[in-house]
Design a protein around this ligand. Sequence first.
Ligand SMILES: C[S@@+](CC[C@H](N)C(=O)[O-])C[C@H]1O[C@@H](n2cnc3c(N)ncnc32)[C@H](O)[C@@H]1O
Length: 302
Amino acid sequence: MSNAVAQWDAVSVTCGADEVEIVSALLFAHACLGTEERESSDGGAELIGYFEHGCGASIVEALGSELGALAADATLQRQPSLRPLTIAAGDWSERWKEHYGATRISGRLVVCPSWESYVPEDGDIVVRIDPGMAFGAGNHPTTQMCLAALEEMLTAHRGRCSVLDVGTGSGILAIAAGLLGADRVVGVDVDPLAVSIARENVRRHSLEGVVQIRRGAALGTAGRWDIVVANLHTHVLLELAEVLTERTEPVGGRLVLSGLTGAGAAQVVPCFAALGWTLVREDRRADDTQGPDPWAMVILRR
Ligand SMILES: C[S@@+](CC[C@H](N)C(=O)[O-])C[C@H]1O[C@@H](n2cnc3c(N)ncnc32)[C@H](O)[C@@H]1O
């Protein structure tokens, strides 16, 4: 799967070494999928941001004017230089694997790259993932917070419940739900490549009888679910608020929303509150890409 003939678009931004946080926050605000930091030849920093193929040109234009505005109001010390790059799929999808190993997410859940051997400890539930070109390796804070929430909720339910995973990517959350004992799981994604990668990962766990992966959006998925998990961008969650509400069981149903920063959560929570949802909990987790506003996950109930 990881040999798909897709390409990534990438944008290189050279900035001051102490400006990396601001610039990476801006890249992630434009749906950047990951960043790589290098030292630039003038002692500053070079940030490479990776984007879905086809997004590069419009992002370079938008970033150019936003970075220009930050330099003009002296938030940045100088005008950063910006250049588009096109990266062959193999380059990035292979390089990041060097930093990717088995990770304990919470009490029982461990995420392990499918090509690594890992000897489970007593009681471990191991999700063995090859994300290929899909999002969902298990190393992103938003994925990890959703995994921990699923473990907590499914353990409380003793597994007897249904889960809808909107934006399944590699299938990681859907598979974890299946391994944690959910009796019916559907993962949906609008990206056909993610769908085939997720199906392969489901097969790897012999979960085809429990976890179905479908191409499409939540809109096209009939029925109601005890838990709906959606690790998506803030604007997509806001657009899907009514659909996600319709897809969740009105009595006892829970929504787990991530892909947010704290600022995103501050928009999403009132939007869902207007549809009858109450905040159960908001978790925050920082990483070295997100700058001063850490990643967030919210759990909502009716
Ligand atoms: C951030 S990734 C999350 C992957 C995985 N669930 C995880 O938590 O690591 C978001 C995924 O949502 C998909 N997506 C974006 N908008 C969507 C929509 N409206 N309906 C379904 N999937 C969507 C993208 O293709 C991408 O695979």
